[in-house]
Design a protein around this ligand. Structure first.
Ligand code: AP5
Length: 220
């Protein structure tokens, strides 16, 4: 199964990507995490992308495409955070064609801005292993400490209020056009992402299962 997770900042893409990867045993390609790792290691790429990320705007397409070309090698993937605009969507189509891969479904996590902002303001992440928490909805067992690796939890640099506002503007201006793009392709599955993380995951599974049945019955 080859999937894209599409949604505004705070819609829960990272949270659901983890559930999907574990449940379906597929690889998650989380563009934001890949870029943050480069920033953390102070690599040449990290130095370039951190400026864009801290402002809450998109990193230039040519940089992102190289990252995807390198990571996307075989079937059984979830793309979280890519594509983010129509240029990236077209480039993805070319990469998939070159590598003889195809896209099955695009899961659109639809969330209210107010709810998403509340989630982002309470988000804590582990800089070591990338685990995601929320101080109210998904608290760690010990305050400020990662359950998985015992490292300190951090607030993401781009979760400041004004940067979150900017990221939402960018989503509306550049990424939301992908909803129509994938609707036209009949690949889009819209899920109500305002619900709890368990309910959202259950809706995604239901939608993917019915797609699986359709796929079998049509013989594809
Ligand atoms: P990226 O890291 O992808 O950020 P984003 O798209 O803004 O999304 P977030 O990671 O903030 O939110 P999420 O939807 O994953 O939510 P999460 O599961 O963490 O990108 C960062 C930056 O990198 C971009 O601004 C850009 O600069 C650059 N970039 C990345 N991709 C790019 C590309 N393709 N092109 C160019 N530039 C690119 O959940 C959020 C919080 O809510 C957590 O605390 C979680 O615990 C909680 N939560 C999640 N689900 C629920 C739920 N159902 N109920 C209650 N709480 C929940």
């Amino acid at each position: 199964m080859n999937l894209i997770l599409l949604g505004a900042p705070g819609s829960g893409k990272g949270t659901q990507a983890k559930f999907l990867a574990e449940h379906y045993k597929i690889k998650k390609i989380v563009v934001g995490d890949i870029l943050r790792e480069e920033v953390k290691n102070n690599t040449p790429l990290g130095k370039v992308v951190s400026e864009y990320m801290n402002k809450g705007v998109l990193v230039p397409d040519n940089i992102i495409i190289k990252v995807i070309q390198e990571k996307l090698n075989s079937s059984g993937f979830i793309l979280d955070g890519f594509p983010r605009n129509l240029v990236q969507a077209k480039m993805l189509e070319e990469i998939l064609k070159e590598k003889a891969l195809s896209l099955d479904r695009v899961i659109y996590l639809k969330v209210n801005e107010e709810k998403a902002v509340e989630r982002l303001s309470g988000r804590r992440v582990c800089k070591n292993c990338g685990a995601i928490y929320h101080i109210v909805n998904m608290p760690p067992q010990k305050e400020g400490i990662c359950d998985k690796c015992g490292e300190k939890l951090m607030i993401r640099d781009d979760d400041r209020e004004e940067t979150v506002k900017k990221r939402w503007q960018v989503f509306r201006r550049e990424t939301s056009s992908l909803i129509d793009h994938y609707l036209k392709d009949s690949k889009l599955l819209e899920v109500d992402a305002n619900k709890s993380k368990e309910e959202v995951f259950s809706e995604i599974k239901k939608a993917l299962n019915s797609y699986g049945k359709d796929k079998d019955s049509s013989g594809n």
